[in-house]
Every structure is written in C-alpha cells, then in structure tokens.
Write a protein that binds this ligand. Structure first.
Ligand SMILES: Cc1ncc(COP(=O)(O)O)c(C=O)c1O
Length: 389
C-alpha cells in the first residue's frame, strides 16, 4: 500500500482547485455562476505578445530544451524593465532568474532558506502558498496580523525575541493579496533594518506590481530601499501585469546568493521555460507604459462599480488603491465562510471567504475584479435580490 508523507497528509487542497470543482457542479445544475473569486485576468494578453509566441513556435530550434537559467535576451529585457520601472540596476544572470510563474519561486525560496524547525514570519491574511511552502520544509509559520487600523501592515516591533531568534524568512506582499493595501517606503525601510539585524531573508511577492488606480503613487519595489539587495529577493509575474497568467512566466530578482540557490534547485526539478514563452515575455516587457495605464482604467471602472454597489447594499468596501481585489466587509451575523456559502447558494455569486487567507481574514470576503463590468453589475443585482428575500 502506498504510504503518503506527513507533508502531503497535512497539505490542504489549494483553495482554487476546490473552487473550480464547486463552480462546475453548480453550472451543471444550470446556474450561471458569477465567479468573482479568483484573480485570473479575463482581458487578453497584448496582441504583440501573442504574435511573437506564434512566430517563435514555428522555429524548430525553439522546440529543443531551453536554457536552465533563461535566455540572455530575457535577462536583459527584465533588467531594462526593472531599471525603467523602479530605478534599480539588476545584473542579468546573477540577480535575475526567470520562472514558470512566480508561484514556484515562492516554494523554491522557502526551500533555499528554511530548515526544519526554523520559523517563517508570514502576514495574516496571506497568499496560502507562503504557509505551504514553509511547511513543506518542516518550518513553522508565525503569523503577523494585518489590521485595517494599521493600513494592513504587520507590526514588526511586536514580534517576540524568541520568535525572531528562530526566524529565517519574512514573507511580504505589496500590493497585498487579499487586502489590496500598498506599503509605504517607511515600512519597507523598517523591514530591511529588521532583516539586517536578525539575519532574515525577505521574500517580497510583488505579483500585483502593475495594477494600481487613481494616479496612486506606483507601488514601490522593496529593492529600491538601500541595503535591501543584501537580504531580499522579489517575485514578479507577467500573469497579472500583462494578462499572461496561462503563459506561466515570472521572475525572481535581487540577492545573488539566493537567486543562484534557486537556479540550482530549479535546474534539478525542471528544464527551463519554453523559448516561445520567453520571447513573448520579452515582447511584453518592451511594451510602452501606456498599455498598463489603459488596462488599469478598465480595472478602475470595475472597482468603482463594485465598491459603489457594495456600499449601496449597506456593507463596507474601501476603495482599493492597488491590486486586483476589493476586500469587503460581510454583514453582521455571518462569518466570512457562511456569507460566501450563502451568496453562492442564494445568488450564484462565488466570492472567496476572508478566512481562506488566514484567521485575520474573518469578517471579510475577497472580491476579484477579473470579470467584465456587466458581470459585476449582475452579481450586485443578484445579491440585492437575495438580501430582499
Ligand atoms: C500574491 C500572489 N503571489 C503569487 C501569485 C502567483 O502568480 P503566478 O504564479 O501566476 O505568477 C498569485 C496568484 O494569484 C498571488 O495572488
């Protein structure tokens, strides 16, 4: 009989895999489910990207194994993009590692930094991979609550000394999923100082770097902070930035020791990124900034419609400044999960309960902006009807 490891026995199914099953079941019953749960961009990838992918597919040389560390041209495009966007110089090959989406980079970063018995510090609510990546190497997670009154920033001063003594990694994620908060420079400075003081690796997940609104100051890279590169790697992704989630491409940048360790581990696990996808990524990274700004106008219209409608229901949803989500309050008398389940049953609207992202998500649901405005309006109308009945 096959005996499964403790790791897999303790690993819950990834929420969105389970969500897909629930939605499919409901759809089979004839319900037109409005799915506002997952941050999977519905808008197409830029046409130049698609054309380049198709053209490179026809080149036989590209059908061979790709380079383990990614093509030099891709490294150079990432370095140019980073310099232009954040004013930070990155050395191609040494400080850049292309990835099959940023998600795998989170898991590799944990494996390269943590040993069994170490502590990883994680925000709560969190992107669930931080917890499973830490657990996969036998590390414990110490949760740092993100509270609305603190702008959804963790209180780094509150971490007990005995926890800091065993901590090796601090997960950060701004623009934040799920709270949609951004971090100010002063917070990043504090995090870098803490990392230097306690030999922590900072792993900053910046998957939502390029989704922001209202002429809000563009989200900062943690690598803009002096001294950050000695302690930090940052994950970027073309999934949300260029509507390329299905292409599976992202990158880790920053500390060369950790980037090199990840490259070593990764080359033992997979054999690089399909070259046409790398060429498509180069095309995306070379796009003018207007492409991002125009795309963000569409998300802004959706966000405005959603926040207005949610508040009109007598609930509370702050205007997010960045990221793909609205972090909205649930009505009194419901837990997050009860409310999400009730909406699914009564209104055929699928949202994510805040507690899927950790205990501090209680009292909230996460609503994704990756559906057309008409679908968001339809969801609001159905929720209104469910409330009235
Ligand atoms: C916070 C965060 N990090 C990382 C990812 C993974 O993105 P990808 O692997 O598509 O780059 C996601 C996807 O939803 C996310 O929300």
């Amino acid at each position: 009989m096959v005996q499964l490891s403790h790791l897999i026995e303790n690993l819950p199914p990834f929420h969105f895999a389970d969500a897909k099953r629930r939605i499919a079941e409901k759809t089979a019953q004839g319900v037109d489910v409005v799915n506002l749960s997952v941050g999977d961009p519905d808008l197409p990838a830029p046409p130049q990207v698609v054309e380049r992918l198709c053209a490179e597919m026809r080149v036989a040389e590209n059908h061979r194994y790709p380079e383990y560390r990614g093509m030099q041209e891709l490294h150079e495009a990432i370095a140019r993009w980073f310099q232009h966007r954040f004013g930070v110089e990155l050395a191609p090959q040494r400080e850049i590692m292309p990835l099959i989406g940023s998600k795998e980079g989170l898991v590799y970063a944990a494996s390269c930094v943590l040993n069994a018995g170490d502590i990883a510090l994680a925000p709560d609510p969190y992107y669930p991979v931080y917890i499973s990546a830490s657990a996969s190497v036998g590390a414990q997670t110490y949760l740092l609550p993100l509270r609305e009154e603190n702008g959804f920033l963790p209180d780094l001063q509150s971490i007990p000394g005995d926890v800091l003594a065993k901590a090796r990694l601090l997960w950060l994620n701004y623009p934040n999923n799920p709270t949609a908060a951004s971090a100010p420079r002063s917070f990043f400075e504090q995090a870098v100082a803490l990392a230097h003081q306690h030999n922590l690796a900072l792993v900053h997940d910046m998957a939502y770097a390029e989704v922001y609104y209202d002429n809000h100051e563009r989200p900062l890279s943690l690598l803009e902070i002096p001294g950050a590169k000695e302690v930090t790697v940052e994950l970027h992704s073309l999934s949300k930035t260029y509507n390329m989630a299905g292409f599976r491409i992202g990158m880790m940048v920053g500390n060369p020791t950790l980037v090199d360790a990840v490259a070593r581990l990764k080359s033992n696990v997979d054999s690089g990124i399909f070259r046409p996808v790398q060429y498509a990524a180069i095309e995306a990274l070379n796009l003018p900034e207007d492409w991002i700004l125009e795309r963000n106008v569409i998300y802004k219209r959706r966000r405005d419609a959603l926040v207005q409608g949610w508040n009109a229901l007598g609930l509370r949803a702050p205007l997010n400044q960045a990221g793909l989500y609205v972090w909205a309050s649930v009505p009194q008398g419901f837990t997050s999960k009860q409310f999400a389940d009730w909406l699914f049953e009564k209104a055929g609207v699928f949202l994510t309960p805040g507690t899927n992202f950790g205990p501090s998500g209680e009292g909230y649901v996460r609503i994704s902006l990756t559906a057309p405005e008409e679908r968001i309006q339809l969801a609001l109308e159905r929720i209104q009807r469910a409330f009235s009945s």
